[in-house]
Ligand binder design. Structure first.
Ligand SMILES: [Zn+2]
Length: 314
């Protein structure tokens, strides 16, 4: 369609005739072969008229479509085929990967041309790996920058309370920055923990010494949880956890052992769980204890705790 040099408005009309939209059915939604053929016949006429109206002597689109696309569409894409393959009435496009492919190609072209003026834009496999890594990182940083409201992207409503002003961001400890980014992009925080803002010079840690955990001995928990308890106290005092709003039930707690890693705590109707090894082994961990203390649900957590029987049996 691009090579026909049709005006954008006409192209959009043709696409609407073929693919439809939410309110209009397109040729692709024809009920059966006869319906498809009848619709196509009437479309051919109107497509020709519209092309001629743009000043062309001979219309080309309809004959191209009939010769090259129509049979393919009937065989692979139209409604009865989609239904019989279990896809239902919706259409599925590869527009997103195609768009990403086109952006990546442009980036390769740009990188090659700016480093090698006049040279070919073909690149080696290792150059491709470097360029695509930077390309993905750029998108990732843009996602992270949504936290500061300084990004082409916006935070989804369920993550809206992650947003902070730049001045606030710079005052956050590294741990809290990582925690916030991890809640938005689980795989992105470790390598980009200083983004979205420029590296902060001093990681300030706010200590809240007024609130500490109750004495471990008074909880009745077994002694193998004592270490988790004291770690929780440390996490809690460093204030190294952050939460997204209650509806999504997620909290992120910084790992004491690996300061660039975050553990995600999920709260659901079935209870609270953490992705760390401590939770797997004991069904309770320092991250969970610290988050519950902050929530005011620590008492409940202790009351509901049950030992991991499978672990004891082993
Ligand atoms: Zn944990």
């Amino acid at each position: 369609m691009t090579s026909l040099f049709l005006p954008d408005k006409i192209k959009a009309e043709f696409l609407l005739d073929i693919f439809g939209d939410r309110s209009t059915k397109g040729l692709i939604d024809s009920d059966d072969n006869e319906d498809f053929d009848a619709r196509l016949l009437s479309l051919e006429k109107s497509w020709d008229e519209r092309e001629i109206a743009t000043g062309k002597e001979k219309p080309l689109f309809s004959s191209y479509f009939v010769a090259n696309i129509a049979e393919d569409m009937k065989e692979k894409m139209f409604l009865p085929v989609r239904r019989s393959t279990g896809l239902g009435d919706n259409c599925y496009f590869n527009n997103c990967p195609e768009s990403m492919n086109s952006c990546l190609k442009k980036e390769i072209n740009h990188q090659k041309k700016s480093s090698n003026l006049g040279e070919s834009s073909k690149c080696s496999y290792s150059e491709f790996a470097d360029i695509s890594q930077k390309f993905v990182e750029k998108y990732q940083r843009n996602i992270h920058r949504a936290i500061l409201g300084d990004s082409p992207y916006m935070l989804a409503p369920e993550c809206a309370d992650l947003e902070v002003f730049k001045e606030q961001w710079e005052k956050l400890s590294k741990g809290r920055k990582i925690a916030k980014i991890t809640l938005l992009d689980e795989c992105g925080a470790e390598d980009n923990e200083e983004s979205p803002a420029s590296p902060s010079t001093s990681a300030s840690r706010s200590c809240s010494s007024s609130q500490i955990l109750p004495d471990f001995e008074s909880t009745g928990l077994p002694s193998n949880l004592k270490q988790s308890w004291s770690n929780a106290e440390m996490i809690f005092q460093k204030n190294e956890f952050t939460k997204v709003q209650a509806s999504s039930g997620l909290s992120a707690v910084i790992s004491l052992r690996k300061p660039n890693q975050v553990h995600i705590i999920k709260k659901a109707s079935g209870g609270i769980s953490c992705d760390c090894d401590g939770f797997k082994n004991y069904k309770m961990c320092s991250h969970e204890i610290a988050a519950s203390q902050q929530d005011g649900t620590l008492r409940e957590l202790i009351a509901k705790w049950q030992p991991n029987l499978s672990n004891i049996v082993q």
